[in-house]
Design a protein around this ligand. Structure first.
Ligand SMILES: Cc1cc2nc3c(=O)[nH]c(=O)nc-3n(C[C@H](O)[C@H](O)[C@H](O)COP(=O)(O)OP(=O)(O)OC[C@H]3O[C@@H](n4cnc5c(N)ncnc54)[C@H](O)[C@@H]3O)c2cc1C
Length: 302
C-alpha cells in the first residue's frame, strides 16, 4: 500500500465531466487528482456529430484522447484505479482503491453511468457500425427514414419509439421475455403513432447481411438500426454511501453549482439527472470546478 496522498480536490471518474473539471481546477491553481476506472461511455461513441466545434464530427475515443492530453499539460495526478470507498473525515474525505488512498478537502463524483446492453454476438462491432444504438438524441438524425427497431423490457420501449417516430415512419418495438405486458393506454399510444409492437418476445439478436435482425417468437425482423431501451446503471453508489441524496432513478441530486447535500461533495455528468450528453458533462464539470474553487477560497478566508 502506497502512502496516503493529499490533494485539495479528488475527482472520481475521467470522462468528459471529470476531465473538464480537472482542467478548470488546475487552471485555478488547485491541487487535483483524477482517479479513473477507464470505462467512459465516450469510448463507445463511434462518431459524435452534435458536440460543438467539430463540423465533421469526431470519434469518441479521439475526443477522449484529446481531453486526456489537455489534462496532461497540467500538474494533475492521474490514477488508473476503481475507487472502492469514500468516507467523510474531519476535514474532508478519504478515498481508497486497491493499493492506494487519498485525502481530499473536496470530491467531485464524475462516475457516469453505463448502458445495459442487449445480449448479442459482436456487440462492439454493432455499436461501431451504428447497427446498435443507445441514444436517439445523439444519433436519431442518422436514422432518418430508415427501418428502426427498439428493444425494451416495458413501457420505456414505447416512449423511445414515440421519440424515434419524429425521425422515421418505420418503428417496431421488440419486448424482452421478462417484460411486463403493456397496458391498454400504451397500446393505444403506439397504435396512434403507427408504431408496430412485434409479436412474441425477443429470442435472439444478431447482425445479418448488413442489418440487425431480431428473432421474436417464430419470426425474424431485420432493421437498419436497433435502439436499446434497456436502461442505464447510474454509478452513484459510492456517493450514496457517503450520504448523498439520489432521485428515484439513482441519479445524484445537486444544486445549480453541482453541489450535493453532503458538504464538499459535488457531482457532474451522467451520474446527475439531466441530458446525458458530452456537452452537458463538460459544462457540468466546468461549473462544479469553478464552484469548488470558490468554496475552497471562502473556507481559506474564514
Ligand atoms: C453509443 C453511445 C453514443 C453516444 N453518442 C453521443 C453523442 O453523439 N453526443 C453526446 O453528446 N453524447 C453521446 N453519448 C453520451 C456520452 O458518451 C456521455 O453523456 C458522456 O460520456 C458522459 O460523460 P461523463 O464524464 O459523465 O461519464 P463517462 O464518460 O461515462 O465517464 C465516467 C468515468 O468514471 C469512471 N468511474 C466510474 N466509477 C468509478 C469509480 N468508482 N472509480 C473510478 N472511476 C470510476 C468510469 O470508468 C469512466 O471512465 C453516447 C453514449 C453512447 C454509449
Amino acid at each position: 500500500m502506497e502512502a496516503v496522498r493529499r490533494k485539495e480536490v479528488a475527482i472520481v471518474g475521467g470522462g468528459p465531466a471529470g476531465l473538464a473539471a480537472a482542467v478548470y481546477l488546475a487552471r485555478l491553481k488547485r491541487s487535483v487528482a483524477v482517479i479513473d476506472g477507464s470505462q467512459s461511455r465516450l469510448a463507445n461513441v463511434p462518431r459524435t456529430r452534435n458536440y460543438p466545434g467539430f463540423p465533421d464530427g469526431i470519434p469518441g475515443p479521439a475526443l477522449l484522447a484529446a481531453l486526456r492530453e489537455q489534462v496532461s499539460r497540467y500538474p494533475i495526478d492521474h490514477v488508473g484505479a476503481q475507487v472502492e470507498s469514500l468516507e467523510r473525515t474531519s476535514d474532508g474525505f478519504r478515498l481508497a482503491w486497491p493499493g492506494g488512498a487519498l485525502d481530499a478537502r473536496m470530491v467531485l463524483m464524475a462516475t457516469g453511468a453505463s448502458d445495459v446492453p442487449p445480449a448479442m454476438p459482436h456487440l462492439a462491432h454493432a455499436l461501431r457500425t451504428g447497427l446498435l444504438r443507445y441514444c436517439p438524441v445523439c444519433d436519431g438524425y442518422e436514422v432518418i427514414d430508415l427501418k428502426v427497431g427498439v428493444v425494451a423490457n416495458g413501457a420505456a420501449g414505447v416512449q423511445e419509439a414515440l421519440y424515434l417516430r419524429h425521425f422515421t415512419d418505420d418503428v417496431t418495438v421488440f419486448m424482452m421475455p421478462d417484460a411486463p405486458a403493456l397496458d391498454a393506454a400504451e397500446h393505444a399510444r403506439a397504435g396512434k403513432a403507427s408504431i408496430r409492437l412485434a409479436a412474441g418476445a425477443v429470442d435472439s439478436i444478431r447482425e445479418w447481411n448488413g442489418k440487425i435482425s431480431v428473432r421474436h417468437g417464430t419470426e425474424d425482423t431485420a432493421c437498419d438500426s436497433l435502439y436499446s431501451a434497456l436502461g442505464l446503471r447510474i454509478h452513484s453508489n459510492l456517493a450514496q454511501e457517503a450520504g448523498a441524496r439520489t432521485d428515484e432513478n439513482g441519479y445524484l441530486v445537486t444544486d445549480r453549482h453541482h453541489a450535493t447535500n453532503v458538504r464538499g461533495l459535488y457531482a457532474a455528468g451522467d451520474v446527475t439527472l439531466g441530458l446525458n450528453q458530452i456537452s452537458v458533462a463538460v459544462g457540468g464539470g466546468a461549473i462544479a470546478g469553478a464552484a469548488m474553487h470558490l468554496a475552497l477560497a471562502r473556507a481559506e478566508r474564514d
